[in-house]
Design a protein around this ligand. Structure first.
Ligand code: HEC
Ligand code: HEC
Length: 355
């Protein structure tokens, strides 16, 4: 959606966790956050207003990261909007982040003033699971839902015998016509490395169980190595356990909401909050017991950053039931991973998860 192709200008070599204002040239309001979180705020801007990166930046920024520092009218307006949004939340809602760019804009650059008569008399789209829920009455316990999941995924003895997985398959991004190869290596409980082949180089995302980082070509990201930080990291650490279902139950303290529907499937909704405040929601297919969706979000300075993973194509691998396809949808794009082969317990050297 918001992808543009870049001519690599100059390699930015600054420590990955430096605040954005030390990495970029012209940061006036979104100060004090690391690069990964700063770039996430840009995705919130785009998603909220329906504007592309190059709308709020100059046309030339499409080919050159340095040009993103230049200002234009929309960019300056956006800065003023951040200040306005913070003032609204502070003066009306005790500083809680309840009004964000999304609240008013809902995907358009000029918020609608006209009440929609069509909307008033049409059926609303179904609610997307992922928002904060409370424990609901008369639901199965989280333990029961996880135990059923364990059974459906292969049972305790089979699952505890599998300590690593390696596989490969194809990857396709939103709006991309061509599939490219990707490789996966994982070790229980939560180490994972995915490597996606790209035209200008590989994008490698590594989760070592405590930290996570992404190495991508400078044509795709303003820095070569992006450290994944804060609440985003906490969500990623939970997500990386999905390949080893026995490890999910202990990841968080879970609450169970009312069941809902995804497509034509009834699902149980289980949710937990990480120590730092990220919210992770799991949706289990009521019929199969298997994990159908994971949604996680965290609060950036300008609004929620949400990521969803839909799991599909469960197949038997030596008595285990593993999703061979998963679709990751986030504010900046959508990626579809399809495994063609998966090998349990093949040796994965520890160096796979080091920098
Ligand atoms: C609604 C307008 C808007 C959209 C859309 C937007 N940006 Fe920004 N961008 C800004 C503003 C405002 C700043 C400056 C923030 C500040 O001063 O704190 C900025 C700053 C940046 C910077 C730092 C440049 C520097 O060196 O100072 C980069 C890089 C950037 N944006 C990339 C992107 C990318 C990539 C996208 C698309 C995913 C995007 N932006 C979408 C408004 C926008
Ligand atoms: C309280 C509601 C509200 C919030 C919150 C809000 N906006 Fe706006 N925004 C508006 C309205 C209304 C307009 C159009 C004003 C007009 O027509 O002159 C606007 C205009 C804009 C424009 C100019 C669009 C154009 O085509 O001229 C940009 C860019 C923008 N907002 C970005 C943002 C960003 C980024 C955020 C979050 C930091 C945000 N807004 C939060 C109400 C809001």
């Amino acid at each position: 959606m918001f992808f543009v192709s870049f001519v690599v200008h100059a390699a930015v070599s600054v420590r990955a966790q430096s605040p954005a204002e030390q990495v970029f040239k012209n940061i006036q309001v979104l100060k004090g956050i690391p690069v990964d979180q700063f770039m996430a705020t840009m995705n919130v801007f785009s998603a909220a207003t329906g504007l592309n990166c190059t709308d709020c930046h100059t046309e030339e920024s499409g080919g050159d990261w340095a040009k993103y520092a230049d200002d234009n009218a929309l960019k300056q307006r956006a800065r003023a909007m951040v200040v306005m949004m913070n003032t609204i939340n502070r003066t009306n809602f005790g500083g809680r982040q309840v009004v964000t760019c999304v609240t008013c804009h809902r995907g358009v650059s000029r918020p609608t003033v006209m009440p929609s008569l069509d909307l008033l008399y049409s059926e609303l789209p179904p609610e997307e699971p992922g928002d904060i829920i409370a424990q609901a009455p008369r639901q199965p316990s989280a333990d029961q839902i996880f135990d059923r999941y364990t059974e459906a995924a292969g049972g305790v003895s089979r699952l505890s015998a599998v300590t690593s997985l390696t596989g490969n398959g194809t990857f396709v991004g939103f709006d991309e016509a061509e599939k490219t190869p990707f490789e996966l290596a994982a070790r229980a409980p939560g180490q994972r490395r995915t490597s996606v082949r790209g035209r200008s180089g590989d994008t490698v995302t590594t989760v070592d169980g405590r930290s996570a980082w992404m190495v991508a070509p400078l044509s795709d990201r303003p820095v070569r190595l992006t450290e994944i930080t804060g609440q985003e990291l906490e969500g990623v650490l939970v997500e990386s356990r999905v390949l080893f279902p026995l490890q999910m139950k202990q990841a968080l303290t879970w609450r169970v909401g009312f069941p809902t529907v995804i497509g034509d499937r009834d699902v149980h909704v289980v949710q937990g909050t990480t120590a730092g405040g990220a919210v992770v929601t799991l949706c289990f297919d009521q019929e199969t017991g298997l994990l159908a969706r994971l949604v996680r979000f965290w609060d950036s300075p300008v609004g929620r950053v949400v990521t969803r993973v839909d799991y599909d194509d469960y197949r038997d691998v030596d008595g285990m039931n593993v999703p061979f396809a998963w679709t990751v949808t986030w504010l900046g794009g959508r990626s579809i991973y399809q495994l063609s082969s998966l090998e349990p317990n093949s040796p994965v050297p520890a160096a796979t998860f080091t920098r």
